[in-house]
Design a protein around this ligand. Sequence first.
Ligand SMILES: [Zn+2]
Length: 115
Amino acid sequence: MICPNCESEYIDGITTCADCSIELIPVEEFKGNLVTPSDWVIAYTSMDPIEVDMLKANLEGGEIECLILSQKDSSYNISNANFSLVKLLVKKSDAKTAMAIINDINDRAEEDEEG
Ligand SMILES: [Zn+2]
């Protein structure tokens, strides 16, 4: 899935661009040239860097390479990072596996949720 505005590429299952808040379109419908030519796709976005770190640890436990992109590039500082969007990227070849792991974790998190 691709954002027609900023051209970020997301894994299947994500339907809205986290940056632009607009609907993503399937890759086949995207006519332009991708500005992000890499193998990486966005697998998850969150305002909570700790949550993304946790997911990254889980994915790496499943031998999936991942990358964290934060809007703040400065050193890791929780108190200042509260309002910055953090993106978790995985290799396209790992996207399906990563999605399954993330969904599994989110399902469990919902079950455990306490107020
Ligand atoms: Zn976008």
